[in-house]
Design a protein around this ligand. Structure first.
Ligand SMILES: [Fe+2]
Ligand SMILES: [Fe+2]
Length: 364
């Protein structure tokens, strides 16, 4: 007899919390788990089209090599009704997989509200309802008894689709993040609003590389690496006179730098004002991504380097990439050295205070 878990939700987008629940349910119940993405999200403002949600679930499943146990059902996605009720989805599975044991995985927050679901009792007769218990959560014993609910143990990963949509966290596989960026979903469309096509492509490439460098160097705050890199050039397309004004007003100490460098300062202002970034390390990584400075953190070094060596830059940067993949501090020095040489070979003036200070500080 086959065991099947029905796992419905908005998945807008799918995140590590969903994936973890699905994997745990699959193991505990020895079952295949079907994600059933809803066609219409309750929160209409920020929602992605259901086809995109399905594609992202598919990428997420593949990225953790879980295709054997985790599947996608298009039942609700393909439905023509205005509203999809879970009872219809459960009936669909019951008729499609006769003789199988059906489970319905519900969110912990739904346990106490389950009596409000359409034909709740009928659902509980067709499928064994399961949920993950959360520490500190008060459960309605009435509902658990009445609908014969079963609690599944296992770690819960706290992740939130809302936070991902707002670029407050990136708790989803890199392939899903790249899909979001390449399809202008959620935060990507807001980033895109600030950048021309070429600059956007470059920023996406820097974000990916920065994330991969951080991952390879066992960094825990991958989100900082991804977000700082994605936003590093966010000030680049602001008209130069506006940038000049911002630098003269808020960064008076640097008002005499080459205008090409203004954008690192305007970038900081925009990241804070338009994207609500408060983390000082991220803001500093943006503010010094072009010039560097003495005393840089790993995050600042990685954003500085990823910007200069990302693969779409148009020169062969493989060796420099592998240097910083292996070791952030050493790789940074190698890249800084290469950058200095490039400036000298091309007779580019790098005598703006910050670049010179950075090079003098690190390349003794
Ligand atoms: Fe830049
Ligand atoms: Fe850049």
């Amino acid at each position: 007899m086959k065991n099947i878990v029905i796992f419905g939700g908005a998945f807008d987008p799918i995140h590590f919390g969903h994936l973890n629940m699905a994997i745990n349910a699959s193991k505990t119940l020895n079952a295949e788990v079907f994600f059933v993405p809803a066609r219409i999200s309750v929160w209409k403002e920020e929602t992605a089209p259901v086809e995109d949600k399905i594609n992202m679930i598919d990428l997420a499943i593949k990225s953790i090599n879980a295709g054997e146990r985790l599947k996608i059902s298009r039942f609700e996605a393909d439905s023509n009704s205005d509203v999809n009720y879970t009872i219809d989805t459960v009936r669909h599975f019951a008729s499609k997989y006769p003789g199988s044991k059906l489970y319905l995985l519900i969110g912990t927050d739904q346990v106490n509200l389950f009596q409000k679901w359409k034909e709740a009792l009928e659902i509980s007769k067709l499928a064994q309802i399961v949920y993950f218990e959360r520490p500190g959560m008060v459960l309605s014993k009435d509902n658990a008894d009445k609908f014969n609910m079963l609690s599944i143990g296992g770690d819960i990963i706290d992740a939130s689709s809302t936070e991902i949509r707002l670029l407050k966290s990136i708790e989803t596989p890199l392939d899903v993040l790249m899909y979001i960026l390449n399809h202008d979903l959620y935060f990507a469309s807001r980033v895109h609003d600030f950048l021309d096509a070429e600059r956007y492509k470059h920023s996406v490439s820097v974000a990916k590389l920065s994330y991969e460098i951080a991952l390879n160097n066992q960094k825990e705050d991958l989100a900082s690496y991804f977000i700082a890199a994605l936003l590093h050039d966010i000030g680049k397309n602001v008209p130069i006179l506006e940038q000049k004004e911002i630098v003269e007003r808020d960064f008076a100490a640097y008002k005499d730098v080459n205008p090409k460098i203004y954008h690192q300062f305007t970038g900081r202002v925009l990241a804070e004002k338009e994207f609500g970034i408060l983390d000082k390390d991220i803001l500093d990584a943006i503010e010094f991504h072009t010039t560097g400075k003495p005393g840089m953190t790993d995050l600042q070094k990685v954003v500085y380097c990823a910007d200069k060596i990302e693969p779409t830059r148009g020169f062969d940067s493989k060796e420099l990439i592998s240097a910083i993949m292996n070791d952030i501090s050493k790789g940074f020095l190698t890249i800084l050295e290469a950058n200095k040489k490039f400036f000298q070979d091309h007779k580019i003036d790098f005598e703006n205070d910050l670049t010179k200070q950075c090079m003098d500080y690190y390349l003794k």
